[in-house]
Design a protein around this ligand. Structure first.
Ligand code: NAD
Length: 310
């Protein structure tokens, strides 16, 4: 994700220069930096102390997100941190508190679906009353293969967290309860199916996450209202005829599916950061998604519906 953000910043976002890259895998940092004429630096501290670094993107693993975001806040630098904002709500709460103490918004969290043209039109339609009163939202989130570090809890806290951010953003309602089920009793508990209540049950939502779906990356969302439904179109621009079959090609991964979203997200962020601010999902919104994810993990472990107090 980090090397892709560097590439998008260098190739698609005007008015910004990638000056420094850090990765604990030094060679990887050197390769990524060399491609865009940046320097590889030996530590996050060194990167943050560099006066030529005006703003920071964090795309290292989840456990590094909260400590590194807190370090950016301490250095007074705008930061785009990949989702989720830390491991669990205690970590995201610490970031929210530190940003509040600072008195200005510097944190953007990488929930890029908010910048996807399809999701934006979905939201605009819903907010304009285009489907009447929303009653149901169906979400599907499938990957070809799990990340090597994937865990059963991470299916909720790292993957489903995208939908946990999107649902309140789409409907304007908080998630108030979640139940997560899986047909798997051992190993990586994947797929998982969640039923969520929003606004005390005024809206119900389903979320299927299937990390080992094999056939490709597939994200779907349909909002059902009293006056109609609105759903994302499959993003394929071409039909592929191959091996005795013809039809729309399925993207291999999130980079292909959300290419436009990442570009729009980084462009909006550079614009906001150059004015010393933030855009997109706030630390508080990302914290709320973590609170729901923690309830989802509890439900996965206990088999019970878990209420969420926000
Ligand atoms: N928004 C999205 O669509 C999206 C998609 C994929 C991944 N992500 C997020 O991006 C993050 C990275 O995911 P990935 O798939 O690229 O993982 P990855 O394992 O492929 O890459 C992580 C990189 O971070 C480096 N790293 C590890 N610890 C570090 C540290 N302490 N300091 C600096 N670098 C460190 C690793 O060497 C590696 O190069 C995750 O938090 C994930 O949730 C977001």
């Amino acid at each position: 994700m980090g090397s892709d953000h560097v590439r998008v910043l260098a190739e698609h976002v005007p008015g910004v220069r990638v000056v420094a890259v850090h990765d604990v895998a030094t060679e990887r940092a050197e390769q990524v930096a060399a491609r865009v004429g940046a320097r590889a630096v030996g530590s996050a501290e060194e990167l943050l102390a560099d006066p030529s670094v005006a703003a920071v993107v964090i795309a290292s693993p989840d456990p590094t997100h909260a400590p590194l975001t807190l370090a950016c806040l301490a250095a007074g630098k705008p930061v785009l941190c990949e989702k989720p904002l830390g491991v669990g709500p205690a970590e995201s709460a610490a970031v929210v508190a530190a940003e509040e103490a600072l008195g200005r918004r510097l944190v953007t969290v990488g929930f890029m679906r908010r910048f996807d043209p399809g999701y934006r039109e979905l939201r605009a339609t819903v907010r304009e009353g285009g489907v009447g009163d929303v009653v149901l939202v169906h979400n599907v989130h499938r990957n070809a293969a799990p990340h090597p570090d994937a865990t059963s809890e991470g299916v909720v806290a790292n993957s489903m967290v995208h939908e946990l951010d999107v649902l309140p953003w789409l409907t304007g309602l908080p998630v108030t309860a979640i139940e997560v089920r899986t047909p798997r009793t051992s190993g990586l508990r994947d797929p998982q199916l969640a039923v969520l209540e929003l606004g005390g049950g005024r809206v119900l939502a389903t979320v299927e996450v299937f990390l080992a779906a094999r056939y490709g990356y597939d994200v779907r969302c349909e909002v059902v209202g009293t006056g109609g439904t609105v759903s994302l179109r499959p993003p394929a621009l071409v039909d592929l005829a191959r091996d005795g079959r013809a039809g729309p090609a399925v993207p291999a991964d999130f980079r292909a599916r959300f290419a436009q979203a990442y570009r729009a997200e980084l462009s909006a962020w550079v614009d906001a950061a150059s004015r010393g601010g933030a855009t997109g999902a706030s630390a508080l919104e990302a914290h709320r998604a973590n609170v729901v994810a923690a309830a989802g993990v509890e439900s996965l472990q206990t088999g019970r519906r878990v209420s969420v107090a926000q």
